[in-house]
Design a protein around this ligand. Structure first.
Ligand code: 0RQ
Length: 502
């Protein structure tokens, strides 16, 4: 028997991807594994895309609703989007082909808080899940599943789907067994109990995923790598952002608001977030923990240097070099990393209890502290809210980071009014750009505006922002709590659309 598939019942179900894909029909809801380019099915998406193309060649429609943990990769979202095979998508996407289809209006995108996606499935808000396609590392004799490089929503998809296709990926290290903590006690209101996690490194579940073998219609073997994109090298701007942020953490420790080893950190996706991790690594901080979503290259650096002693997440988001480094030293990382379901890694109850320090990228912030993480010029989605809302709203302290300008200086990331709101002024604590850091805690809207303009806006746009507030205050003496000129508040965005310059 195959060393990776030692369950007699499931071993009899091994077939080719071309055979397995016959279980997926037009109009199905398909729940796939995958989170930031890790742990997504490697063979089934291409086989499904080929089946869709063949149907299209016969003049038949073949699209599916695609659900995942978060983003996947060109050989999952990408191949399906290329044949226009996705009718709707949740809860997060970063694939450029699919993004273009969403922004062209041909795909319905449900951009959801990641902590909500599993529970909304359980609540029945998304309808029936016809089939789950989940990558695993191995199938054990009793049918237990060793998860692979991400957990995401796999537990929920396996529990809830009518049918299941397993992909056993021989490329994933067999040593993954023991890297996961799967909490199987999901309960629905009014029967929910507290989740018994009080430390980032605590195990509250089991190392395995479970599936009813009767639901498994096929097992497919693969041997293919995860595909994550590489990060841009840390530049001057992101280094300055990281320095402001790390300095502020020092200040908070000195002020007695957090311990010397900080509180558990969460770091979002993107180049700037990765640079912030590099900034922490270069600092004197040591013995930190992470309660986060993604282990990116920067997190491995922190673990290697001892800056970080433990990381809880739901996925790896490593570059090719990062994957090699992890694989070569996998046993040294055992006990320092745990991957959990995203309903646990991002759970508001746990983020609040642990007092997480949340650090996430943004597209833009406004002078009053509202943050847009997802939309360019109000209408085009970039990636999605991901876990940023789960962490930001419930964090002990949150940071939103971005260069103060975009597109070569044509766009100010600090605007009179954000063109889309993901995180409201009530949620946002600290806005950081390369210009400086605006600590908005405990401030009224007008005081926040002063601080954001002075500390975060690019000098080129500062006067115009200050003047905007002054004119707004003068215009309506009885409306000075959050002064706005409604006919002008989004004029910066319109000017960019009209002229290419804010
Ligand atoms: O686009 O590459 O086409 O030029 O946005 O910008 O500066 O490289 O920043 O890689 O850190 O990503 C918010 C997108 C930032 C990310 C975002 C354009 C800019 C460029 C990227 P181009 P940068 P980063 C947990 C947390 C939401 C999800 C989240 C993100 C591109 O952090 O997706 O936080 N966050 N999840 O040119 C127009 C502006 C712009 C702008 C930047 N003001 N106007 N375009 N850009 N600012 C992880 C998960 O949940 C999985």
């Amino acid at each position: 028997m195959n060393a990776r598939i030692t369950c007699p019942t499931l071993a009899t179900k091994v077939v080719s991807a071309e055979e397995a894909v016959k279980h997926i029909y037009p109009g199905d809801s398909v729940g796939i594994s995958g989170f930031t380019g890790a742990g997504y099915p490697k063979a089934m998406p291409a086989a499904l895309a080929a089946r869709m193309q063949a149907a299209r060649d016969r003049g038949e429609e073949f699209r599916v609703a695609l659900w995942s943990g978060a983003s996947t990769a060109p050989d999952a979202d990408g191949v399906l989007a290329a044949v226009d095979g996705i009718s709707s998508r949740l809860p997060y996407n970063s694939d450029p082909v699919l993004r273009a289809e969403i922004n062209a209006g041909s795909v319905d995108y449900l951009d959801a808080h990641l902590s909500h996606s599993a529970q909304h499935m359980w609540f029945g808000f998304y309808g029936n899940l016809d089939i789950a396609v989940v990558e695993v590392t191995a199938v054990l004799p009793d049918g237990l599943l060793v998860p692979s490089s991400s957990v995401g929503n796999n537990k929920t998809w396996l529990d809830q789907a009518d049918k299941v296709i397993l992909e056993v990926n021989h490329w994933q290290p067999r040593e993954f067994e023991g890297f996961h903590d799967i909490y199987h006690r999901t309960a629905l209101p009014p029967n929910r109990l507290p989740i018994p996690l009080t430390e980032p490194d605590q195990r509250i579940g089991e190392p395995y995923l479970k599936v009813d073998p009767a639901k498994v219609v096929a097992v497919v073997e693969t041997n293919a790598p995860d595909r994550n994109s590489a990060f841009s090298p840390v530049d001057e701007v992101s280094r300055a952002i990281a320095e402001h942020l790390v300095d502020f953490l020092r200040h908070e420790v000195k002020a007695g608001r957090m311990p010397a080893e900080l509180l558990p950190i969460q770091s979002g996706v993107g180049n700037v977030a990765n640079a912030v991790l590099a900034g922490l690594d270069a600092s004197e901080f040591t013995g930190l923990t992470a309660f986060t979503e993604v282990i990116q290259d920067g997190m491995l650096d922190l673990l290697d240097s001892g800056t970080l002693r433990f990381a809880s997440a739901t996925s790896f988001g490593l570059s090719d070099a990062g994957v090699r480094r992890f694989m070569d030293n996998i046993n040294a990382y055992k006990g320092k990393i745990l991957l959990r379901s995203e309903e646990i890694s991002n759970h508001p109850e746990l983020v609040r209890r642990l007092g997480v320090i949340a650090m996430n990228g943004m597209i833009e912030a406004d002078i009053y502290g509202n943050v847009n993480s997802t939309h360019v010029m109000g209408s085009s989605v970039m990636n999605g809210i991901g876990g940023s809302g789960d962490f930001a709203r419930n964090a002990f302290l949150n940071f939103f980071v971005s260069p103060s300008t975009a597109k070569g200086g044509a766009i100010s990331s600090i605007v009179p009014m954000v063109s889309h709101v993901d995180h409201t002024e009530h949620d946002v604590h600290v806005v950081v750009t390369e210009q400086g850091l605006a600590d908005l805690r405990g401030l009224s809207p007008r005081r926040r505006a002063e601080r954001v303009i002075e500390h975060a806006a690019h000098p080129k746009f500062r006067d115009a922002l200050t003047e905007y507030v002054a004119r707004a205050e003068a215009a309506r003496p009885t409306a000075r709590h959050t002064p706005h000129l409604l006919d002008e508040s989004l004029s910066w965005h319109q000017r960019f659309l009209d002229s290419g310059q804010m």
